[in-house]
Write a protein that binds this ligand. Structure first.
Ligand SMILES: NC(=O)c1ccc[n+]([C@@H]2O[C@H](COP(=O)([O-])OP(=O)(O)OC[C@H]3O[C@@H](n4cnc5c(N)ncnc54)[C@H](OP(=O)(O)O)[C@@H]3O)[C@@H](O)[C@H]2O)c1
Length: 284
């Protein structure tokens, strides 16, 4: 049995699709099974990574785990799951980490939380693989409202380039690490095929949706105020802004060959991602 955490999230959901496509048995953890909307065939279990008492039942009979945690609770939730997985006899843990966990200069919160989570996974005694993606292409969905409403993308750090990756490719590598031999003890830094600035992503989106779009660089302060307005808590908003600022460093623009090395095919382009998600930018 394969257990997927973060099952209703961007990458966990895509990992579920890969495992189901290979006809493998999947159990998913969510705090809200009633609205999880997971595919038929997935065994859905209510559990909370912040509540260690809820984990043994979710892990009963499980051999391999995809571990996705978020936000300020990454270290605690990774440790809770890793401890419970070791106790349950799990053979293999694949942790969704962050590309910048491998950047020695990155001392800001999000990579630091992931390093602490990785340390807990390593200390569990269970075989592990760390999957460290750079920024997700799907972060562009945050622009969908302003694109639909005013044909505008607003973002800070306009000069910053990130070798963005399609979550599909993160899921394909993660599923390989869960199902194939040879991935134990490996740390996979994952990127897409090309580093792009927000302005360059805007140009691609304009071409795909067939409508001119304007890119407007906003200040980091204005971007943080937007996060707070959308209900992100202040600690997380500050952590996200520190992460975004790192797009100005060359680290995030390096293209890594890992997706092709693990899967045998090139990572998907931002054009491909945008075409698949075109409806999100054009719907009324
Ligand atoms: N976005 C990026 O550019 C980027 C880049 C590199 C790395 N990352 C890393 O990727 C991870 C986020 O992945 P994602 O975007 O796929 O996730 P996501 O879409 O943010 O989804 C969050 C998931 O976490 C689950 N969750 C939250 N709290 C939980 C709890 N207490 N117990 C059980 N489940 C809980 C939610 O499940 P329910 O609500 O169903 O319970 C949901 O499935 C983060 O660690 C982030 O640092 C992101």
């Amino acid at each position: 049995m394969f257990l997927v955490t973060g099952a209703t999230g961007t990458v966990g959901r895509a990992v579920i699709d890969r495992l189901l496509a290979a006809d493998l048995p999947v159990r998913a953890i969510t705090r809200r099974p009633e609205s999880a909307d997971l595919p038929t065939g997935v065994e859905v279990v209510r559990a909370d990574l912040g509540d260690p008492g809820s984990l043994p039942a979710a892990l009963a009979g499980v051999r391999r785990v995809f571990l996705s945690t978020s936000g300020t609770e990454i270290p605690e939730h990774d440790a809770n799951l890793a401890t419970a997985a070791a106790a349950a006899g799990v053979e293999r843990l694949v942790k969704l980490s962050s590309g910048r966990a491998g950047d020695a200069a990155a001392t800001d919160p999000i990579p630091s939380w992931h390093r602490a989570g990785e340390a807990a996974v390593r200390a569990s005694g269970v075989d592990w693989t760390m999957v460290r993606p750079m920024g997700f292409m799907s972060n562009a969905l945050h622009w969908s409202y302003s694109i639909r409403e005013s044909a505008t993308v607003r973002a800070p750090f306009g000069q910053g380039r990130i070798a963005v990756i399609d979550p599909f490719d993160i899921a394909v590598v993660s599923a390989a690490a869960l199902t194939e031999p040879g991935h134990a003890g490996k740390v996979y830094t994952l990127t897409g095929p090309r580093a792009l600035s927000p302005g360059e992503q805007t140009e691609v989106l304009a071409e795909i949706i067939g409508r001119p779009l304007r890119f407007e660089e906003i200040s980091p302060e204005a971007a943080e105020a937007d996060l707070l307005r959308f209900g992100v808590d202040p600690e997380m908003a500050s952590a996200i802004m520190a992460l975004r600022a790192m797009a100005l460093e060359s680290f995030t623009s390096v293209v890594h060959p890992t997706v092709a090395e693990v899967t045998g095919r090139s990572p998907r382009t931002f054009q491909e991602w945008a075409l698949e998600n075109k409806g999100q930018f054009t719907a009324a």
